[in-house]
Design a protein around this ligand. Structure first.
Ligand code: GYE
Length: 351
């Protein structure tokens, strides 16, 4: 397997390339994080030891830092692909903007990294840049959310089964309403959606919709995006509460929007959770959300496991060893509700 430790020949070969990276950085107004060797006289480069020497160079682009989940995911990637583990990680944060993410992937191509890993903000818009990565011969590992491109444009994908999460939420609700003796009642639902066009958002919506379609007495009153953030979750919920006075269930497509929604519900003088006016279903199951469930504000939370760094590392090491990897791999996930021993669960929870 090729290695991006920079030797004499490589420096000679890369001088032009790195100038191009610098030029691109100036154009985009974004300095790449790769050391700017192009500014160093060529002779001096021969004496220098590259920080990437002997390491596997990975360019990783995160969608942003919109949620607790995202922070846990980024930390998991950083710790798995660390220097101690033999990696040289070029980390970029796209700040929830597709154009930033595409630019970052393009910089990784110019930097001629060994692997490109990224968590795509949305499904669409990836054909051209992934074609470029393919032409450059750089393996691409898509992580967390999915891309809608021809399968030969990436090596593999690893992440969550979003449809299953959505379906599980619907099935949980059906079961809960039955136990509560409300299975024949009219049930009004609103959804606070994640970033529109993100595969995880589409999957959670579609999975829940499958169960919704089996219940004539369930009505989806409204769906609006809160972009996976707490602030927007609050705003969307505030709007729903102004428009509808008969909301029975809130499906919130991530925990941070749920935190905002709960605040909006309380500020409107209403209550939520098992003993409240509104049933709350959430996704992610981060620490703070399970604590909020302990307080009685959330009914059920469908886990989305952000600890994917080790899996990404395993995939890279398998590829390095020349082994085949599966095209699609799912991480294991479960759900939590307030019938469980949350105190015990929280003791060992890593995120
Ligand atoms: O649910 C959310 C985040 O893509 C699985 O993105 C991820 C989602 C997660 O910001 O909190």
């Amino acid at each position: 397997m090729k290695r991006k430790s920079i030797n004499r020949n490589r420096i000679i070969r890369k001088t032009g390339l790195l100038s191009a990276v610098l030029f691109l950085s100036i154009l985009t107004g974004c300095a790449g994080q790769y050391p700017a060797e192009s500014e160093t006289p060529a002779a001096a480069l021969f004496e220098e030891t590259e920080p990437s020497e002997g390491r596997i160079v990975v360019g990783f682009c995160e969608t942003g830092s919109e949620s607790d989940w995202r922070r846990a995911h980024a930390a998991s990637i950083r710790s798995a692909l660390s220097e101690e583990e033999g990696f040289y990680l070029l980390y970029e944060d796209a700040q929830q903007k597709l154009e930033n993410q595409i630019k970052a992937v393009r910089r990784f191509i110019l930097q001629d990294v060994d692997y490109i890993v990224f968590s795509p903000l949305v499904k669409d818009g990836w054909d051209v840049v992934l074609e470029e990565a393919k032409e450059a011969g750089i393996p691409v590992i898509v992580n967390d959310r999915q891309v809608d491109v021809s399968e030969d444009l990436y090596t593999c994908w690893i992440g969550s089964d979003a449809e299953k999460e959505g379906r599980d939420a619907g099935l949980w609700l059906a079961d809960y309403l039955e136990k509560e003796g409300r299975d024949k009642e009219q049930i009004n639902i609103v959804t606070i959606q994640g970033t529109l066009g993100a595969s995880i958002q589409i999957g959670r919506k579609d999975g829940f919709a499958e169960v919704l379609s089996e219940h004539d007495n369930w009505t989806m009153l409204d769906m609006q995006t809160g972009d996976f953030t707490q602030t927007k979750g609050y705003e969307v919920m505030e709007d729903f509460l102004e428009k509808y006075d008969d909301i029975d269930v809130v499906v919130s497509e991530n925990d941070n929007m749920t935190f905002g929604a709960i605040d909006a519900i309380h500020d409107a003088g209403k209550t939520c959770g098992p003993d409240g006016d509104i049933i709350i279903l959430s996704f992610d199951a981060v620490h703070a959300a399970l604590e909020q469930m302990q307080k009685g504000d959330i009914n059920a939370d469908f886990e989305c496991n952000p600890m994917q760094g080790e899996k990404v590392k395993e995939i890279i090491l398998a590829l390095e060893a020349g082994r085949e990897v599966e095209k699609k791999m799912y991480v294991e996930e479960t759900y939590f509700d307030n019938t469980m021993d949350l105190e015990e669960i929280l003791k060992t929870r890593m995120y």
